[in-house]
Design a binder for this molecule. Structure first.
Ligand code: ZN
Length: 175
């Protein structure tokens, strides 16, 4: 997964992004993609689409979803755009219970990579560490819920996505 970290760092540097929230729509546009927000009526579980041909790159995002969900979907499609070559990706919401090891996670390698990319892009490790340092200077201790609440607002992601990221980074211990 080192490759994904490097790709994300380059994108952040190229776009002069050094603090949260990461402007995923501006980053997508910097790659030549056009984002189209549509309600995808009758297809509630559809979160995002990436289509590209020789000269067009179009990301379709389900505008009926929450803002944080839409941001994750954009970041996921940027992952496909950066890492993969297929012409069309159609992405559905995957409901995952992170505490249940038996849950069916993203099935194939490209989906796992795009999700990893999205988490890296929306919640870069160095940004999280800087934010926690800032918080620690203001108050000496905080509980887990305060931390997740504060960080998910700062990064404009869902509390669930932030909790999962903090566990992955070893900052929170899964219980
Ligand atoms: Zn995907």
């Amino acid at each position: 997964m080192r490759k994904i970290e490097k790709e994300v760092k380059k994108l952040l540097d190229d776009n002069y992004v050094s603090r949260p929230p990461v402007p995923v729509d501006r980053i997508a546009e910097s790659l030549g993609a056009i984002i189209s927000f549509e309600p995808f009526e009758g297809k509630d579980d559809l979160s995002g689409i990436l289509y590209r041909d020789g000269k067009n790159k179009i990301i379709g995002i389900n505008s009926a979803h929450t803002q944080t969900r839409q941001r994750f979907s954009i970041a996921h499609e940027i992952g496909h755009l950066t890492l993969h070559n297929k012409e069309l990706f159609v992405d559905k919401v995957v409901r995952v219970n992170f505490r249940d090891n038996k849950s069916s996670l993203a099935a194939d390698r490209e989906e796992i990579e795009a999700n990893t990319f999205a988490a890296e892009l929306l919640m870069p490790k160095s940004f999280i560490n800087a934010e926690i340092d800032r918080l620690l200077k203001k108050q000496q201790s905080f509980d887990k819920d305060d931390l997740i609440d504060h960080l998910s607002r700062a990064f404009h992601v869902s509390p669930q996505a932030m909790e999962y990221r903090l566990i992955n980074l070893g900052i929170l211990i899964s219980n």
